[in-house]
Ligand binder design. Structure first.
Ligand SMILES: CCCCCCC[C@@H](O)CC(=O)SCCNC(=O)CCNC(=O)[C@H](O)C(C)(C)COP(=O)(O)OP(=O)(O)OC[C@H]1O[C@@H](n2cnc3c(N)ncnc32)[C@H](O)[C@@H]1OP(=O)(O)O
Length: 717
């Protein structure tokens, strides 16, 4: 990559006689900028002044072939510093407010003078210098400003109340300068450095002090000030060769009254305190409008109407068990799987709602609003033109199993892809108390609605993720029904593209295509079966891209790869032999099946397979009779020939191809049917042995203990 240069730019660095300021000045000087090296030359308490420090830095820059001038003014008279830049170089492009002093005292002992002096240098100095540069930046339509804050301001620090207050004040100052400057291409960011400097030399431990070289921070500041950097209004922390963004976040909060006419009681505050302070689903709000917008959403939820701000964007959705069961049938849940009864029968003891059901309120809102159809400038988009392009769902709260939800939608961006328009819509869904429970992002592809002069690339879409490059850890297939779309549409997506062959023909399909969300529902359900033992509460989020259409009746093959709690997946239509969902993943709270890799798809081996178990290294904990852990070698043979061999290590929760180490001590040979019986605990190994159904070599007692283990692990196969 070419060096980032500052040729022709004039950079003012305050407090540049030593430490961080010096490192900034030297770096800018070495990259072609003309530098104003400001330093009063005072001690760290703001006492004394001398010209030596600034002169020495100027000499160093000049010796290295750069251009610089010294300035000895106080930042409190910032206009004089900016004047030095104009007098000497005729312009100013970058201002780094770095000058600072300390007057550390415990809070009770801070004098007015300690307070005022610290505020004068940090806060007023940055204000005066920036205000002097601002009209110049505005006129030339270019400027970059850095404010220097501190972890002491962000988090507080004993003995630094005056300094902490001034430093956080600089964050507020930068926030507003960033807003007011944006339209003039003036960007303002905050740096939170931890560096070895005059201010910290006897405060930090010597080991740490040695690692906190200002030179490791200077490139971060230089990048923020480069013309190619579009960052604005951010707080960037940097130290010891590391940098990261800091932000102020807000919890989802709690509604403290039930109806608009209710008062708020102290008791209601107390009752809701844990929710008020719970940051687990906290959000970073970008603007004050976002902050007040979120408040309006709470008020709307309180009114129970969705509010009157933008009625078209808000919708309420009532649902009951019947709806969630119908949805589950629509995405292929079946009583053929004992564990899926939980999605289909309201009296099942584990009755639960498939998490992808919580897309439905968002979809219903979008289908009934004109937001998407009117989103493309100058074009009205009809439903037949709309393909579901991508979708993201995140469950962020306690989702109810029935009741009323309120959703609010907003088109975040519209992209021009030439062949079509991509419309990104964000939908937030709240429960009856106004708590956000689900976030949906629906990306629609409006075929033929491109070329409207919009941007091609955007920033709002949750990105897709490439699958790992190894072969899949798990593959599960399921055939959809020829009536799948007819069934799925009853959950609310009544787009005729999925049922009406005339509409499908107009859209260019040989017959009606399946809803993208139906394919998504199948895929996520199968991921949950493989990696969450069907436990819907473990679901966190899903992101998919719909790559190609699916026809009702197609068989869907879902390849899955586990990386921690993220399950990457790719869905293929076996019939068209095309990937239909790609770049996709499900995030789980935790994985229930501990399978790392499963080498084969059992369903293809079902009928006359024979299983042979070699139990190795089984350790028994005498106190807990049930805790038999061990390593099993599985041989699958078909028609007398070995087709697969792998090892399940229960102790370490791993499945891998090949043989385990060590000598086997028990071998069981069993037919396929009896294996299933054994696995489900329906056939006692000893009885099986007696009936001649099971051939055991080795320890029969051990074999008896296998049944419960097989039961818990058979599902993973
Ligand atoms: C009104 C309320 C809302 C209701 C929402 C849902 C209503 C539902 O009833 C509708 C459905 O369920 S439709 C069924 C499900 N969806 C599908 O079958 C679509 C499958 N995908 C495709 O056919 C193509 O990807 C296709 C046709 C989408 C794009 O293919 P191409 O035109 O060949 O595009 P390509 O040349 O590959 O790429 C051009 C640029 O577009 C981006 N892109 C491609 N596929 C995308 C997709 N699926 N989603 C989002 N963006 C997509 C590409 O990245 C490329 O952009 P760039 O060049 O900038 O990278």
């Amino acid at each position: 990559m070419a060096d980032l240069k500052f040729d022709g730019r004039v950079v003012v660095v305050t407090g540049a006689g030593a430490g961080l300021g010096r490192a900034y000045a030297l770096l800018f000087g070495s990259r072609g900028a003309k530098v104003v090296v400001n330093d009063l030359g005072g001690g760290r308490h703001g006492d004394g002044s001398s010209s030596n420090a600034a002169d020495a830095v100027v000499d160093e820059i000049v010796r290295n072939g750069g251009t610089a001038v010294a300035d000895y003014n106080s930042v409190v008279e910032g206009e004089k510093i900016i004047q030095t830049a104009l007098n000497k170089f005729g312009r100013v492009d970058v201002l780094i407010n770095n000058a600072g002093i300390l007057r550390d005292k415990s809070f009770a002992k801070i004098s007015d003078q300690d307070w005022d002096l610290v505020h004068a240098v940090h806060l007023k100095g940055s204000f005066k210098t920036t205000q002097a540069a601002f009209p110049i930046f505005k006129k030339q339509n270019y400027g970059r400003v850095i404010m220097t804050a501190s972890n002491s301001g962000l988090y507080g620090n004993f003995g630094q109340a005056n300094y902490s207050a001034a430093k956080l004040g600089l964050v507020g100052l930068a926030n507003t300068v960033a807003i007011e400057g944006r339209k003039y291409n003036i960007f303002c960011n905050v740096i939170v450095p931890t560096a070895a400097s005059r201010l910290t030399e006897d405060i930090l431990p010597p080991d740490l002090f040695a690692e906190l070289k200002p030179e490791l921070i200077a490139p971060v500041v230089a990048y923020l000030c480069h013309e190619s950097c579009q960052e604005n209004g951010s707080i960037i922390e940097a130290a010891a060769g590391w940098a990261g963004r800091c932000a102020i976040v807000r919890s989802n909060g709690a509604l403290l009254r039930q109806k608009p006419e209710d008062q708020v009681s102290i008791e209601a505050v107390k009752d809701n305190w844990s929710t008020i302070r719970n940051l687990s689903n906290a959000q970073k709000l970008d603007t004050i409008e976002d902050a007040t917008g979120a408040l309006m959403a709470s008020l709307d939820a309180l009114r129970g109407t969705g509010g009157d701000r933008n009625a078209e964007d808000v919708d309420s959705f009532e649902f009951c068990n019947k709806d969630t069961i119908l949805y589950a049938l629509g995405v292929g849940a079946s009583v053929a799987s004992e564990k899926e009864l939980r999605y289909l029968y309201e009296n099942d003891e584990s009755f639960s709602v498939l998490p992808t059901f919580y897309i439905i309120p968002a979809l219903q809102l979008l289908m009934s609003s004109s937001n998407v159809s009117n989103a493309v400038p100058g074009k009205e988009v009809s439903l037949e033109q709309i393909l579901h392009g991508e979708h993201y769902l995140e469950i962020v709260g306690e989702v109810p199993q029935e009741g009323k939800l309120t959703s609010r939608a907003k088109v975040s961006e519209v992209l021009d892809k030439g062949s079509g328009a991509v419309i990104v819509t964000d939908v937030e869904t709240c429960d009856q108390n106004g708590n956000v429970v689900a976030l949906n992002q629906c990306i629609t592809f409006a075929v033929g609605a491109g070329n409207f002069g919009g941007p091609r690339a955007g920033t709002k879409a949750v990105p897709c993720q490439a699958k790992p490059s190894r072969s899949p850890d798990v593959t599960v297939s399921q055939k959809t029904s020829i009536d799948q779309a007819a069934l799925y549409r009853l959950s609310g997506d009544t787009n005729p593209l999925h049922i009406d062959s005339n509409v499908a023909a107009i859209a260019g399909y040989k017959r009606p295509i399946l809803h993208g969300l139906c394919t998504l529902g199948f895929s996520v359900r199968l991921v949950l079966s493989a990696f969450a033992d069907h436990d819907a509460s473990l679901f966190k989020a899903v992101k998919v891209r719909f790559v190609k259409p699916v026809l009702p009746g197609d068989t869907l093959k879902v390849d899955m790869w586990r990386e921690g709690n993220r399950i990457f997946f790719e869905t293929t239509s076996v019939d068209s032999n095309q990937v239909v969902i790609g770049g996709s993943y499900v995030d789980l709270k935790s994985v229930k099946s501990a399978i790392k890799s499963t080498p084969t798809n059992m369903s293809s081996l079902k009928s006359d397979a024979v299983f042979e178990f070699i139990v190795d290294q089984v350790k028994q904990d005498p106190g807990k009779a049930k805790s038999v852990g061990g390593v099993f070698l599985y041989n699958i043979t078909k028609d007398g020939k070995q087709v697969k061999q792998w090892t399940m290590d229960l102790k370490n929760a791993k499945v891998f191809e090949g043989k385990p180490e060590g000598k086997p001590n028990t071998t069981l040979t069993v037919s396929d049917d009896d294996f299933m019986q054994l696995a489900e605990g329906k056939l006692n190994p000893q009885q099986a042995f007696m009936k001649g159904k099971l051939k055991i070599t080795g320890n029969i007692m051990l074999a008896q203990k296998l049944a419960p283990l097989l039961k818990t692990n058979a599902a993973k196969l």
